[in-house]
Design a protein around this ligand. Structure first.
Ligand SMILES: [Zn+2]
Ligand SMILES: [Zn+2]
Length: 272
């Protein structure tokens, strides 16, 4: 119980920091005018806490099993070699490997009707802002987190025995989480040539489009991964329309239960 209360307090502090960063930014550099307390903000705030607590408990189990399986192994001396790398190099490699895993899991979620049931929740907002980042089914979060972190562990870039307390894994998680809020934000921020290197709101807003350019921009941090695999789309303007064709309930319970029991929301066009 103490650990749970500590987690809620920690998340509340992070929330205050996120509000302090994104509310002024979205006020002064808004892409579209929107009130701070827009529709469904309470639902998304609940998702913020649920998705920060539940998935972490769920993926602790496979990570612990992986730690047991890898214990004492050092194939061809690879883990010893990587362990001697500078932290900066391990962190850079982990960010790339993590994003490659996220890319393929995310792309699969768009093409597989069972996974789309869950991922459709994240695509249901018809306006994007920083808080819309939190709207996702916990099963979706668990799968994406595992797809990103398991290759990081398997390559020895982070230690599963340390869980979230491994410095490289912690930094990948913190940076990835902050960046995820940023790329959903209602910001007309563009980075010019740097948009080849790192994702921006425009890049991810196009992922949420509901026009002929759906099923593009699956990477979370590195747009060049989409260029590499032929799914990149980033024109000079922002998308005109967001969301999905099908209906996703507006309440927390509908968004949690409907993917399990309800009809499959019409899927976005399959990612070839
Ligand atoms: Zn998606
Ligand atoms: Zn998104």
């Amino acid at each position: 119980m103490h650990a749970f209360l500590y987690d809620v307090a920690r998340l509340s502090v992070w929330l205050v920091l996120l509000v302090a960063v994104f509310v002024p930014l979205e006020r002064f550099f808004a892409l579209r005018r929107a009130p701070v307390l827009r529709a469904q903000w309470r639902t998304d705030l609940c998702w913020y806490f649920i998705n920060s607590l539940l998935p972490a408990m769920a993926y602790a189990i496979p990570v612990a099993l992986l730690a047991r399986a890898l214990h004492g192994l050092d194939p061809l001396g690879w883990y010893s070699t990587v362990a001697a790398w500078p932290v900066g190099l391990k962190l850079l490699a982990a960010l790339v490997v993590n994003d490659l895993g996220v890319y393929w899991m995310h792309r699969w979620m768009h093409s597989n009707s069972f996974l789309w049931r869950f991922h459709a929740v994240h695509h249901s907002p018809e306006q994007l802002d920083w808080l819309a980042n939190t709207r996702a089914h916990p099963f979706d979060i668990v799968l994406e987190r595992l797809a990103g972190l398991l290759p990081v562990y398997l390559l020895g870039l982070g230690s599963p025995a340390n869980g979230q307390f491994d410095p490289v894994v912690a930094l990948v998680t913190i940076f990835g989480t902050f960046w995820s809020f940023l790329i959903h934000a209602n910001l007309r921020l563009r980075l010019g040539p740097l948009e080849w290197l790192i994702s921006t709101p425009a890049f991810h807003h196009w992922h949420h489009t509901n026009d002929a350019h759906r099923d593009r921009n699956f990477a979370a941090i590195f747009p060049w991964i989409d260029r590499l695999f032929g799914t990149h789309h980033l024109p000079g303007h922002f998308p005109p329309v967001y969301g999905i064709d099908g209906h996703v309930g507006a309440t927390l319970s509908e968004q949690l239960i409907d993917p399990l029991l309800g009809p499959v929301p019409p899927r976005a066009r399959a990612a070839d």
